[in-house]
Write a protein that binds this ligand. Structure first.
Ligand SMILES: [Zn+2]
Length: 191
């Protein structure tokens, strides 16, 4: 079975909490890790091999994106899925989005499979899509996407800066549904 690298964004704790909700103090790094561990679980159950680039709440060496890419590449990952929460200065900003590198690659297929499952699972979660190139992913040459050898995507699940979405991100039941959606997206990729 395929080898899937799941990348929980940010090193956590004092090293790099990622985005932080200004009212509750909820930290992106913690949410990313919780969801990533659940994705690992659901994909392992159906036989995939999984590598997490971070397994602890705070892991300073993972502050290096080069380190994360090396882990994925040396393990010879078949796919890389990076998991993040979005943030904006406006508390109104909301929705989900997924990124690939610029241009059409296998990452586009993976992104479409995952975001379709996410939006089907959460009808209230607005899709922030860029349809210019005929598919819903946005394109950015983020380091983790550019320097991993395997097709890679970066999912911004929802906005931690939005009160309603932050409450969802902190909810274990919501995290579980999100993880199942991401896992189904990966299995769809191989259909
Ligand atoms: Zn992030």
């Amino acid at each position: 079975m395929a080898k899937i690298c799941i990348d929980p964004g940010h090193a956590g704790g004092n090293t790099d909490p990622g985005a932080v909700n200004p009212i509750t103090g909820l930290q992106e790094a913690d949410i990313n890790l919780a969801v990533a561990k659940l994705v690992k679980h659901y994909l392992e159950v159906v036989g995939y091999q999984i590598l997490l680039t971070r397994t602890e709440q705070e892991q300073p060496e993972t502050d290096s994106l080069g380190y994360r890419c090396r882990l994925a590449n040396e393990w010879d990952a078949d796919l890389v899925v990076s998991i993040h929460c979005n943030s904006a200065t406006s508390a109104q900003a909301n929705g989900t989005e997924i990124y690939t590198t610029v241009g059409q690659t296998l990452s586009d297929r993976l992104a479409t499979c995952i975001i379709n499952q996410v939006t089907a699972t959460f009808p209230d979660l607005r899709l922030r899509a860029d349809w210019d190139d005929g598919d819903p992913d946005k394109e950015q040459n983020f380091f983790i996407l550019r320097y991993t050898d395997a097709p890679a995507v970066l999912l911004e699940m929802a906005f931690i800066s939005n009160p309603k979405e932050a409450a969802n991100l902190a909810d274990p039941a919501w995290q579980n549904e999100m993880a199942r959606a991401v896992a189904r997206g990966v299995t769809d990729y191989y259909l």
